[in-house]
Each structure stands twice: as structure tokens, then as C-alpha cells.
Design a protein around this ligand. Structure first.
Ligand SMILES: Nc1ncnc2c1ncn2[C@@H]1O[C@H](COP(=O)(O)O)[C@@H](OP(=O)(O)O)[C@H]1O
Ligand SMILES: [Mg+2]
Ligand SMILES: [Mg+2]
Ligand SMILES: [Mg+2]
Length: 397
């Protein structure tokens, strides 16, 4: 896939982005997946740019042109499809260094969206808008414009079934589409599985201000936020979280591609006493049983109200020590998609946290497009995690 033209284009066209991505992965120099991590950061930054541009145009519901035939009729926007196209294309075409480092596996992507509706007659307007959005984003980077066919094929690369051998990229182009549409939190979540295990993860969180989330968490514990720090936080919004197996987890400002020297920070979970802890859960009450989570929290000694945020942003917030736990208790027949957890889970684990199902079993990403696990997700620093699992056991018996 990588030909001379593409390599030359990368050198010429994405200089500032490539430098920033190099800086963003500086802490990982020498890691086995360093080249993959660099291209993953570059792809997620491009998708974040696309999502931000789309969100500026978004009037609520106007972009929600398609719904899925699942129980909740999940929304899919022009940005979900555009972000999947741009990440898939970037992974395949900007991957020169990563490919050399890889074992020679062909490209495999397990991703949430497909192009079936876009290829239909009634999808023609949405198709035009997706191609426009992708090309507007690429135009600002000097990368070449994509044809309609290239956009559709890039989206359809995401049909892989994954599995327990070889490499598979795992992508949620917009996790938290409801948050995206409602101008709340959302994430572009990209992970790489090698022999069934996540070995790197990148989470782009364009709407996140860690200062603000920190203040929200503190106000949930009863102290009042100061207006001056809220104002300062405005400028810092947007984070990229990244991790490589056994090399740690890091956070960097998402817009630091224009910055010569972005401040990359190593992140760690913060194991506070249960009385100090804040747990997080979905905004959508249909995604998780909030009443049961409350009982588990109380049983574990947590007194603060939950902090409700959409998407895997929750994993990034806990990995940075700004909140303590994430609990998710969906309907018993709900199977979790691997793209809803792969990036967040490795970032949490590399930051010193533990992520399991509600029975305390490690997440198994090796059995296809859905997690091979029991119901529920619990993520927290080790001691609190054990307390929460013990409480779940006690409450279920
Ligand atoms: N009934 C359900 N129970 C649990 N999760 C669900 C669900 N329906 C959809 N989801 C998933 O919940 C994700 C959002 O996570 P959260 O609830 O933490 O914000 C959605 O991701 P998308 O927005 O990518 O579709 C979707 O995959
Ligand atoms: Mg969805
Ligand atoms: Mg999702
Ligand atoms: Mg999604």
C-alpha cells in the first residue's frame, strides 16, 4: 500500500504533525510499537480535527441522518463515518515506518461503522457530506484529497472480525456519539491488538478539559470551583491519551501539533481512600444501571455522587488520577464491542489501574468483534478495584 508518492507526501505535507507526533511519543523512544504509536497518534489527531470541524457545523439532530437497528437506535453522524474513513486511510497510507517494523501481516481493522447506507441511493446526500468533510480536513494538512471510492473503501476496511492471532487495529471513530451530538464528551478511540491483546491505545478527547473535570469531581465532593481556574481551563481543552504495553501511559494537549514543544506528561491513577473517591458512569441510563452502581459504591465506602461522562473519556480521566473508578452495568444480554474498551483499557492499565468485567475477570479482546466476557465493566486503581468487585459479589449473592 505504501508507495513512493505517499512516503514523499508524508515528508512534505505533514511535517508539523509528524514532528508533534514524534514529540508525543518521545517517552516511548525505542518501544516495540513506537512506529505504530506514532501513526496512531497522527490518525487520531486528523480524526479529532475532522470531528471538531463537524461539531462547529452541528446543530443538534441535523447531522443525525442514520440510525442503527439496535435497541436504542444509536445515532451515526457524518463525523462518525468521516472519522472512520480518515483513520483507516491514514493507518494504511502513512504507515511507512510502522509497516517495516511490523511482522508483515496484511492490514486488518475492526471498526464500528460500515458504508452500506452511504452506498444506497437514499444515502447519496450523506455520502457527499462525508467525502466533503474528509477532504476539508485533509486540505488543511496538504495531504491529497480522496475520491468517493477511496472514502467508501477506507470505511469498509473496518469489517475485520479480529481474533486471537496477528495484528488487528481496533477503532471507534466516535465513541459517545450521543455526547458528540449533545456537545458533551466524546472520544476517537484507536487500539492495536497483537495476538489478541491490546499493545497500544490512543484516545483523542477533543472536548475534555482536565482542569474542568477535576473541578467537577471536587464539586461532587462538596468544594466549590473557582471561576479563575475555570477560565484558565478553557484554553487547555482537548487531550490525547496514549499508552504502549509495559511502557506507561501519557497525556498531551490535542492541539499541540502546532506547538514546537508539547508538554507530554506521564499519567498515573490515584489510589485515594474510598471516602475521597469519585466514580464515573455513563450519561445514558440505558447503558448502565445507575442504581446498582450507587449501591456498589456505597457498599465500598464511596460517599460522593457519581460523575457522569459519555464515552471512553472516562478511562482517560481515571488514568490521569482525576477520578477513581468507572462502573458499567448494562442489560444482562448486552455484549460489549471491543472498540468501546480496547484503547481505554490499555491506557488505564498502563497508568497502574485494573480493568475487568463485573466478576473480576480480565477483559478478553481475542474472540472477535465483541468482548468475550461476563456482563459489566469495572475499572479502578488496584485496591479500590478489589473493593468494588467484592461489593458486587456481596450484593449479587
Ligand atoms: N444498551 C446499551 N448498553 C450498554 N452500552 C451501549 C448500549 N447501547 C449502546 N452502547 C454503547 O455505549 C457506548 C457509549 O458509551 P457510554 O455509555 O460510556 O457513553 C456506545 O458507543 P458509540 O457512541 O460509539 O456508539 C455504544 O457502543
Ligand atoms: Mg455507535
Ligand atoms: Mg463506542
Ligand atoms: Mg462509535
Amino acid at each position: 500500500m505504501v508507495n513512493q508518492t505517499q512516503v514523499r507526501l508524508r515528508k512534505k505535507g505533514t511535517a508539523s504533525m509528524a514532528v508533534a507526533s514524534k514529540n508525543a511519543t518521545r517517552g516511548f523512544a525505542g518501544g516495540r510499537y513506537e512506529a505504530d504509536l506514532r501513526v496512531a497518534c497522527e490518525a487520531v489527531r486528523l480524526a479529532s480535527k475532522l470531528c471538531r470541524a463537524s461539531q462547529l457545523q452541528l446543530k443538534e439532530n441535523e447531522n443525525t441522518n442514520q440510525t442503527k437497528a439496535d435497541k436504542l437506535s444509536s445515532p451515526v453522524t457524518v463525523a462518525d463515518l468521516g472519522a472512520q474513513a480518515i483513520v483507516s486511510w491514514a493507518l494504511q497510507n502513512l504507515e511507512g515506518e510502522a509497516r517495516t517494523a511490523a511482522r508483515g501481516d496484511s492490514f486488518s481493522l475492526v471498526a464500528e461503522e460500515d458504508s452500506d447506507f452511504l452506498r444506497s441511493e437514499e444515502g447519496s446526500d450523506l455520502r457527499r457530506r462525508v467525502v466533503d468533510l474528509v477532504n476539508t480536513t485533509l486540505a488543511s494538512t496538504d495531504l491529497p484529497a480522496l475520491t468517493e471510492q477511496e472514502v467508501l473503501s477506507a470505511i469498509d476496511e473496518g469489517r475485520s472480525e479480529g481474533g486471537s492471532d496477528r495484528r488487528h487495529w481496533v477503532l471507534d471513530p466516535i465513541d459517545g456519539t450521543r455526547g458528540f451530538v449533545g456537545n458533551r464528551q466524546y472520544a476517537i478511540a484507536l487500539a492495536l491488538l497483537d495476538d489478541g491483546e491490546p499493545v497500544l491505545g490512543v484516545l483523542g478527547c477533543p472536548n475534555l478539559s482536565l482542569e474542568t473535570e477535576d473541578l467537577d469531581a471536587r464539586s461532587a465532593r462538596g468544594s466549590s470551583p473557582s471561576s479563575s481556574s475555570s477560565e484558565a481551563a478553557e484554553d487547555q481543552s482537548g487531550y490525547l491519551f496514549l499508552a504502549e504495553k509495559e511502557r506507561g501511559a501519557f497525556a498531551v494537549g490535542i492541539s499541540s501539533s502546532e506547538d514546537e514543544n508539547p508538554a507530554v506528561q506521564r499519567i498515573k491513577v490515584d489510589e485515594v481512600a474510598a471516602e475521597e473517591a469519585v466514580y464515573m458512569e455513563s450519561v445514558e441510563s440505558k447503558h448502565s444501571d445507575h442504581a446498582f452502581a450507587r449501591r456498589v459504591a456505597e457498599n465500598s465506602g464511596i460517599t460522593a455522587q457519581s460523575l457522569k461522562l459519555d464515552s471512553q473519556v472516562k478511562y482517560g480521566v481515571i488514568a490521569s488520577g482525576k477520578a477513581s473508578a468507572f462502573m458499567r452495568f448494562p442489560d444482562l444480554d448486552y455484549k460489549e464491542w471491543i472498540w468501546d474498551h480496547a484503547a481505554g483499557a490499555i491506557i488505564m492499565e498502563e497508568a497502574g489501574g485494573v480493568v475487568t468485567d463485573a466478576a473480576g475477570k480480565k477483559l478478553d479482546f481475542s474472540k472477535g468483534r465483541t468482548l468475550n466476557n461476563g456482563n459489566g465493566i469495572v475499572a479502578a486503581p488496584p485496591k479500590l478495584h478489589k473493593k468494588l468487585i467484592d461489593s458486587i459479589r456481596a450484593l449479587k449473592n
